[in-house]
Design a protein around this ligand. Structure first.
Ligand SMILES: [Fe+2]
Ligand SMILES: [Fe+2]
Length: 157
């Protein structure tokens, strides 16, 4: 089964990536701050695309009550996410610190578009912490419970 990132989230990530790329081309201290941020963001984005967001592609099917056997494959992703969650939250802290520096530099340079980008990205990280990551972990929980419930009870001695 193919666990695809919901298109809306995929587009949001792509849009943020594009605004980050543009900010790195600002030159001066704004460009430098954006490049420092990009170095932190890149491995984080890759990890999200691998383990944090694909499980969310199952949300709608799970909410409809479906639980095909092939969903079991998602457990590998959600188990990794659960294990790596503390690290990913620590990455958010480092990213938010870098975003503060970018926002201040952009403010000094009169780049209100980059100030707005920095604020949007802070909000994005907050949404992931409050909604997306916990939802992805819950997808794993629900899939595991439904697959367990389906297994025949062990024969009594
Ligand atoms: Fe993200
Ligand atoms: Fe994130």
């Amino acid at each position: 089964m193919n666990f695809a990132i919901p298109e809306s989230l995929q587009r949001e990530h792509e849009a943020l990536h594009e605004r980050l790329r543009q900010a790195t081309q600002a030159g001066g201290e704004v460009g430098e701050a954006a490049k420092a941020l990009a170095r932190l963001m890149h491995p984080h984005f890759v990890k999200e695309d691998q383990i944090a967001l694909p499980p969310l592609g199952l949300l709608a099917a799970l909410a409809r009550g479906e639980s095909p056997e092939e969903m079991a494959g998602v457990l590998e992703l959600t188990d990794r996410l659960r294990a790596e969650l503390p690290q990913m939250l620590a990455e958010h802290q480092a990213i938010v610190t870098a975003l503060d520096a970018l926002r201040e530099a952009a403010g000094r340079a009169g780049r209100s578009d980059i100030v707005a980008f920095a604020e949007d990205l802070v909000e994005h990280a907050r949404t992931e912490e409050e909604v997306m990551y916990p939802a992805a972990v819950l997808v794993g929980e629900v899939v595991r419970q439904r697959l367990d419930a389906r297994r025949p009870a062990p024969a009594s001695p």
